[in-house]
Design a protein around this ligand. Structure first.
Ligand code: UDP
Length: 412
């Protein structure tokens, strides 16, 4: 076993690594390609940047391609994303054209990589139409949907469905997201990488130094939300929760985020957050570079409570990251957050700023309970949401696509 695999084994157990290696052997020599729309920012890039190296270490022939687009394309895919998460309205004609045209040009660029691949994972709606440009594809293509499609805008879903129904299978993060599609649908939760810069244990001194460098005094408990500046992450709701809570407990609020390169709306949301935070020295709004993984790790490690007050959420890796650092997490009662937070066990699910404020106050005034929930939190992630488990399920799924007797389905 290589050094890297041993390190994973030390966290997840060597039995888990043995099963990974057995399954990887069955895919040896097969060409696997992942395609998404950004190299950095957001959960998909976060997962792929760990999953691809681990897959290679297991001997798999795997690569990661990123489609390129112009502002009209990303305006379209942002509208798609918002609409699939329930925003009313339709898609402007000009954006539809950019969406289709961008996928057509990317298909030509990626023909060499995708035409003869044995397995292709297409992540999210942005590159979904690629399939239509590969009538002679050799392999099985899987559409991996990471977003919260529990109540999509129906007309936009019908449009996306046309592009995804030709896939051999699709993957959603939880049962609520499953759709009517003419192919098998799998439920696989995302995961975090325990060995990444974002999730390794940091010395206390480094945590303190990071806070100091960012100009955040550690004189009072920190409430932290890390997320892209996106309306569905509800950063304004977090500020409101903080304002209600601080009538009772003395706290700081840190909102840390950056924009994904495929997100054209983040500037506008950030401006509204800065406006709402203006004049309050205890609110720190941080705009971080895309590679600030260790900084985010330190922020999460030094926080008293982590929040993710989303109003829609595909999964919410920031919740997983907070739990892994032994923090109880207060999260919106939506999407993938429901899978991760169990009320009173490892955090609280909330539906309003008032609800969040009550939970902030509770956690800050019950230190023993907070610490106990933090211990539960880490164990829960260890058992359910680590990279090795997700990769095992992905590999098993691929094998099951070529073994119709279902022998491998029990591994998923
Ligand atoms: N993230 C980051 N920098 C930021 C904001 C977020 O590195 O400024 C990371 C965050 O730590 C997490 C991922 O991006 O790993 C966000 O994934 P999540 O599932 O929470 O949300 P998404 O952005 O995919 O909707």
């Amino acid at each position: 076993m290589s050094e890297m695999l041993k390190k994973y084994g030390e966290v997840v157990g060597f039995h888990a690594m043995d099963s990974l290696m057995v399954i990887a052997d069955m895919l040896r020599g097969k060409k696997i390609v992942h395609v998404n729309s950004t190299k950095e920012g957001g959960g998909v890039a976060e997962i792929l940047s760990s999953m691809v190296p681990l897959s290679k270490e297991l001997g798999l022939d795997v690569s990661w391609e990123v489609i390129e687009g112009n502002p009209d394309f990303f305006a379209c895919t942002k509208t798609l994303h918002n609409s699939l998460q329930g925003m009313p309205g339709g898609l402007p004609e000009q954006q539809i054209e950019a969406y289709v045209e961008t996928n057509r040009t990317n298909a030509e660029k990626l023909r060499g990589a995708l035409e003869d691949a044995d397995y292709v994972f297409i992540h999210d709606p942005q590159p979904a139409p690629l399939l239509g440009y590969f009538p002679n594809r050799k392999g099985k293509w899987v559409w991996r949907c990471h977003i919260d499609v529990s109540a999509p805008n129906r007309s936009v879903w019908r449009f996306v469905k046309k592009h995804v129904e030709g896939y051999d299978a699709s993957i959603f993060s939880l049962p609520d997201f499953a759709q009517t599609l003419p192919h098998p649908q799998f439920l696989i939760t995302p995961s975090i990488d325990p060995l990444s810069e974002k999730n390794i244990a940091l010395p206390k001194s480094e945590v303190a130094k990071t806070y100091e460098e960012l100009g955040i005094p550690m004189d009072k408990p920190v409430i932290l939300q890390v997320s892209r500046f996106d309306r569905f992450k509800d950063p304004l709701g977090v500020i409101e929760s903080y304002r209600i809570a601080r009538e009772h407990v003395d706290i700081r609020l840190v909102l840390a985020g950056g924009g994904a390169t495929d997100d054209p709306e983040s500037g506008e949301v950030l401006a509204r957050v800065q406006e709402a935070a203006a004049g309050d020295p205890d609110i720190h709004v941080l705009l971080l570079p895309a590679d600030a993984h260790r900084t985010i790790n330190a922020l999460q490690s030094g926080a008293a409570v982590v929040m993710q007050k989303s109003t829609k959420e595909g999964f919410g890796l920031t919740v997983t990251e907070g739990l892994w650092k032994k923090k109880p997490v207060i999260g919106g009662d939506v999407g993938g957050i429901r899978l991760q937070i169990i009320n009173r066990f490892n955090g609280f699910r909330v539906r309003s700023p008032e609800g969040a404020a009550i939970r902030i106050r509770y956690l800050l005034t019950h230190k023993w309970k907070r610490e106990r929930m933090g211990v539960n939190a880490r164990q829960y992630v260890l058992e359910n949401f680590l990279l090795t488990g997700q990769l095992r399920r992905y590999m098993s799924l691929l094998i099951s696509l070529n073994s119709p007797n279902g022998e491998w389905e029990r591994w998923i």
